[in-house]
Ligand binder design. Structure first.
Ligand code: HEM
Length: 130
C-alpha cells in the first residue's frame, strides 16, 4: 500500500469518533495562547465539521484531486483574512499527528511518517498563500 492509501485508511479509523476532532482542538489550542485566542469566538462544533472536511481535502489532493478547495483555504487563512502566521502550521501538524497517535489503534512510527509526507503538499499550499 502506498502512503496516501495508508493515510486514507488511518483517517477513516480516526473519523469514527467525533472525539478525534475534540482532542485535536484541545491539543492545538494548548500549544499556544495565540492560537487559543484565535478560536475565542468560534463555534467549535461547526469548526470540528469544517476541519473533518479540510483534512480530507488535503488527503484527496495528495491522491491527485484538484487543489481548488485548498486554494480557497489558503485565501481565507492569508494575511488579509484570518492572518494565520506561517509558523503556526508546525503546531497544527504536530497536534494532528499527536491526535492520530492517540486515536488510531493501528498507529506505528511508519504511519506517522506517511502522514507527514501526505500532509506536506497541502500544508505548504495553505501556508504558502500567506
Ligand atoms: C477556519 C482548515 C490551519 C485557524 C478553517 C476552516 C477550515 C480550516 C476548513 C473553515 C473554512 C474557512 O473558514 O475557510 C485548516 C487546515 C489547516 C488550518 C486544513 C492546516 C493546513 C490553521 C491554523 C490556524 C487556523 C494553523 C491557527 C490558529 C483558523 C481560524 C478559522 C479557521 C481562526 C476561522 C474560525 C472561525 O470561523 O471562527 N480552517 N486550517 N487554521 N482556521 Fe484553519
Amino acid at each position: 500500500m502506498n502512503n496516501t492509501d495508508l493515510v486514507f485508511q488511518s483517517y477513516g479509523r480516526c473519523c469514527r469518533k467525533d472525539e478525534f476532532f475534540v482532542d485535536f482542538y484541545q491539543f492545538f489550542m494548548a500549544s499556544s495562547d495565540a492560537i487559543r485566542n484565535r478560536f475565542a469566538d468560534t463555534d467549535m462544533a461547526a469548526q470540528r465539521h469544517l476541519l473533518r472536511n479540510g483534512v480530507m481535502q488535503i488527503i484527496l489532493v495528495a491522491r491527485g484531486m484538484s487543489d481548488r478547495k485548498l486554494k480557497d483555504l489558503g485565501h481565507s487563512h492569508n494575511r488579509h483574512n484570518y492572518n494565520i502566521q506561517p509558523e503556526w502550521y508546525g503546531l497544527w501538524e504536530e497536534s494532528l499527528l499527536k491526535t492520530v497517535q492517540v486515536h488510531d489503534p493501528d498507529y506505528t512510527p511508519e504511519l506517522r511518517q506517511a502522514w507527514r509526507e501526505v500532509l506536506k503538499p497541502g500544508i505548504d499550499l495553505i501556508r504558502g498563500a500567506y
